[in-house]
Design a protein around this ligand. Sequence first.
Ligand code: TYD
Length: 143
Amino acid sequence: MPHVNDCQLFDIRTIFDHRGSISFAEAGIDIEFPIRRVYWIYDVPSGSKRAGHAHYNLEQIYIAISGSFDVLIDDGEKKRTIHLNRPNRGLMLRSGIWREISNFSSNACLLVLTSDLYDETDYIRNYNAFLAAVQSGKFSNQG
Ligand code: TYD
């Protein structure tokens, strides 16, 4: 069963020099899944929340490219809130984990690396349906 503790924060390789910093991630080296899609969320109005769903199969990495926000992760038993505020820090989000994103700063940009193409049938958007999926062992072969 997926567990919030399987959603690890990690440092992204970065070269710092007097001209500024460059961070990078290579599939198969820094990122354990082949990256099939990237998307980014920005211009989030103050007080807005994003996500509020889980995925059956998709794995994702969240990076606060600029600004900051909070990511609540929930495995159906345990919850954790992680503050992301550095462009060289990634949060691995496993499938079978409920997530909600809030407290976006005014200049926040969230970059998401994902293991698959967009597929609405991979989403669980109802929290009670998520809890039912956890209890029926739908995610038991993962995590
Ligand atoms: P969604 O993943 O539901 O974002 P959030 O949970 O933060 O609201 O996506 C919002 C809308 O954007 C939804 O209609 C689906 C669409 N979308 C795509 O078409 N492709 C994508 O890669 C993503 C992430 C979303």
